[in-house]
Design a protein around this ligand. Structure first.
Ligand SMILES: Cc1cc2nc3c(=O)[nH]c(=O)nc-3n(C[C@H](O)[C@H](O)[C@H](O)COP(=O)(O)O)c2cc1C
Length: 331
């Protein structure tokens, strides 16, 4: 397998605050892009009028270098319909439902992974989505809330709707984003699901992909989030067994463009700095002496200081960390 071209489909995961429009577009410009991306969730709301700011991240008029599927989070079918109409008005034919967000303040309201507990609300949302989206509706789920058996019990319901695909983050909500992915429970859900299944969780290296592919040869669609934020070269490195060189200059070019795009787009330097630190919280792990680099970026208080620190990092570039250091990173 190491020498054959990999033709599977790779989707960039939604990471709120990280895989935003500027990231998606600039990542596609500087690195091998994913086949598509699911955008970070947009919450449903009461009322008929959608505030344009809610939709800015997915506005195709602002540029879209990879195909994007918008994602919603909510629990009310009427509110979902309002948002899906807005997506359709923007030209989208597909949308995705977040039934995996693990934060208790979300799940307690029956949203995100909390939807999986409420079969009736879940069914109403799936029905509405399938009715509304001409190109197909999809859902992103976890294996369960506290234990990894809820998804298997919900698959009867999920199978009853004509979904385009089901993305499974192979963890429970209680695990949040840490601990090991639960591959036995994923295997069970995969066997029961009649829709195309997208695997998601902890893919950091080509070896991770090859191991997962060997275990689940029927899975052809993979979603990667933090792996790409840690190592923006990852999709190219997975696809091409010859492990194309990671180039510091390319990473620097991307980072310079990203800070410039955020400066243009966000209100105020604190937001720009916050956005850059959000990314560096992942990115530093792909560098040698990553902790040292992260400490110097984390303490920056102005965008100018940030720029100087990053210039310094690349002027004396510490090198890229080896794959063994990236393997099996949890949160
Ligand atoms: C900071 C952060 C933000 C996230 N935002 C979203 C989101 O908006 N929608 C969603 O479905 N999942 C969201 N997730 C979950 C990821 O899409 C993904 O399922 C999870 O990170 C596991 O995949 P990975 O190991 O490839 O990152 C988020 C995760 C993180 C860490």
């Amino acid at each position: 397998m190491a020498d054959t071209a990999i033709t599977d489909d790779f989707c960039l995961a939604p990471l709120r605050g990280v895989t935003v429009r500027a990231f998606r577009n600039l990542h596609a410009l500087w690195f091998q892009p994913p086949d598509r991306a699911v955008a970070p969730f947009i919450p449903t709301f009461a009322g008929a009028k959608v505030r344009p700011v809610l939709l800015k991240d997915i506005d195709p008029g602002l540029g879209q270098a990879v195909p994007v599927v918008p994602q919603v989070i909510g629990k009310d079918a009427g509110q979902l319909r309002t948002l899906l109409h807005a997506f359709k008005d923007m030209g989208y034919r597909c949308a995705d439902l977040n039934a995996g967000c693990p934060y208790p303040f979300v799940t307690k309201k029956g949203r995100g992974a909390g939807l999986m507990r409420d079969a009736d609300a879940f069914a109403r949302l799936l029905e509405t989505g399938c009715e509304e989206m001409p190109g197909g509706f999809s859902v992103k789920v976890r294996l369960g809330m506290d234990t990894p058996d809820l998804l298997a019990r919900r698959l009867g319901l999920i199978n009853a709707f004509p979904l385009r695909e089901v993305t499974v983050h192979a963890r429970t909500a209680r695990q949040m984003y840490g601990g090991t992915v639960l591959l036995d429970a994923f295997a069970e859900a995969l066997a029961l699901c009649r829709h195309p299944v997208v695997y998601n969780g902890d893919m950091r290296t080509r070896q991770d992909y090859l191991r997962l592919k060997a275990r689940f040869p029927g899975v052809t669609h993979w979603m990667i989030g933090r792996g790409v934020a840690i190592d923006p070269f990852l999709i190219g490195r997975i696809r091409r067994g010859d492990a194309p060189a990671r180039e510091a200059a390319r990473l620097k070019g991307f980072l310079d463009d990203y800070v410039a795009a955020n400066t243009e787009e966000l209100y105020g330097p604190a937001s720009v700095l916050g956005r850059m630190k959000e990314l560096w919280g992942y990115l530093h792990r792909s560098l040698c002496q990553g902790e040292r680099v992260w400490r110097s970026v984390r303490v920056c208080r102005t965008v100018d200081e940030y720029r100087r620190v990053v210039e310094g990092v690349f002027a004396a570039f510490p090198g890229f960390a080896g794959d063994e250091e990236l393997c099996g990173i949890g949160s």
